[in-house]
Design a protein around this ligand. Structure first.
Ligand code: SAH
Length: 406
């Protein structure tokens, strides 16, 4: 702990969000600057209205300034403190002098597919790139839903065999504000509100649960996206589903199953060895019992590997054994460079789906969006970033189209 000697440092001290500060004397103990920057705590994005009001008070402002901050961050989506023109210049200067920043990053590249899907590469402060996808979908009544498919990690350590993200390796977890900003970037680009969020971009959300929960809270309370409009997708990490269930979120849990039995699953998902299928099914059942929210099973169909009708029958038996409350979402494999897997024939997808339906399992087939130009989750990022990113490598503006598996 460093000692700061002057009252004039009070905003700085508060700015570090140390809850245990005493302001009675002119000497204020705060965490060292170095430590504070390591924990990256002076970022406005991700803070609740109440926290922003407290921050305003800490800076000697009235609490309604906090409400204004909230509006500027989440509604107006202003990216720089200096552009908070509703706020007094002195307050803006104090915030900046104390090391505060908004926490928004630049969009490095945006690629649009002919179906309107847009994939963004966001360049983070440490020059790493993360993917996020905006998917507009028109419903039967002509209303357009906008889904943001967000990343929770830079890369992924789990290396599912068909996934481009895993092939690109793992760099680090995202902070909650780095997840939230993806949604704001999509809203800005489409000039409309995001209606749905799926944590199905790069990374494994359950390996970054604290930040994912923080982002979920902020997206729900501050960006105002209904909990029921959000889905958290996991390939299954032992001891995490129960923990997630204890938060009683009203969001859907998507479990990336990809196989009807342990043997096939281990071939496809290396991490399956440490989390047997029965244990996963039990945890999913408990999630349903705890939250009353149905679990959705994601099943990537790989031609000749897991897409036979026999697999569908085995899957139906497995699901029925564990009770009601499940849905299956079939995802035809989206080809990625360097993979030997093949995309299944449409006929196989239909037969698989029909076999489930005839056994009373609700099923949907995910439309592959943006496949017109290429690729899947993580592939666009892999094109641009061989970890870490070479700074400003504009010469790599390839002729890529869009890459979407989400
Ligand atoms: N790690 C989490 C979330 C990221 S992947 C999870 O595994 O659920 C999100 C979904 O996209 C997963 O269901 C995954 O299986 C699927 N996916 C990834 N790459 C794919 C590809 N090339 N083709 C089809 N689906 C893919």
């Amino acid at each position: 702990m460093a000692l700061l000697q002057h009252v004039s440092f009070v905003p700085l001290a508060r700015a570090m969000r140390s809850r245990s500060l005493t302001l009675a004397s002119s000497t204020v103990a705060v965490p060292s600057l170095e430590k504070a920057s390591q924990v990256d705590s002076r970022v406005l994005l991700g803070m609740s209205e109440k926290e922003l009001q407290q921050l305003a008070l800490d800076f000697g402002q009235q609490s309604y300034r906090g409400k204004q901050l909230h509006h500027l961050l989440y509604k107006r989506k202003v990216k720089e403190i200096q552009d908070f023109s509703h706020l007094p210049l002195a307050f803006r200067n104090d915030l900046q002098a104390a090391g505060w920043r908004v926490g928004r990053s630049a969009v490095y590249k945006a690629v649009t597919a002919s179906d309107g899907t847009v994939k963004l590469l966001i360049k983070l402060e440490d020059n790493r790139l993360v993917e996020t996808v905006g998917i507009p979908v028109e419903d039967d009544k002509g209303a357009v839903r906008l889904t943001a498919c967000v990343s929770s990690q830079v890369g992924c350590p789990l290396r599912c065999s068909f996934c481009a993200t895993g092939m690109g390796g793992f760099s680090r977890n995202l902070k909650s504000y780095e997840i939230v900003e993806q949604v704001l970037a999509i809203e800005e680009l489409f000039k409309k509100r995001v209606t749905n969020v799926v944590f199905m971009g790069m990374g494994e959300p359950m390996l970054n649960m604290k930040e994912v929960l923080g982002a979920h809270r902020c997206l729900n309370k501050d960006v105002q996206i209904g909990q029921r409009m959000m889905t958290i997708s996991t390939v299954g990490v032992p001891n995490t589903i129960k923990k997630l269930a204890s938060h009683k979120l009203q969001s859907t849990l998507a479990l990336s199953l990809h196989a009807p039995n342990q043997k096939v699953r281990e071939q496809i998902v290396p991490s399956a060895k440490s989390y047997p299928l029965d244990a996963i099914m039990k945890d999913c059942r408990d999630y349903f019992l705890e939250t009353s929210r149905r679990v959705s099973f994601e099943y990537t169909l790989l031609a000749g590997v897991n897409d036979a009708v026999e697999h569908a029958i085995e899957l139906a038996d497995l699901i029925q054994e564990w009770g009601p409350g499940y849905h299956v979402n079939l995802i035809p494999f989206n080809p990625i460079e360097g993979s030997e897997y093949r995309r299944p024939y449409k006929k196989a997808v239909l037969a698989f789906s029909a076999a489930l339906e005839s056994r009373k399992i609700t099923v949907s087939v995910r439309q592959t969006r943006g496949l017109d130009a290429s690729a899947a989750c993580g592939q666009l990022r892999n094109e641009f970033q061989k970890s870490p990113l070479l700074p400003d490598s504009d010469d790599v503006q390839s002729q890529l189209g869009i890459a979407v598996a989400c």
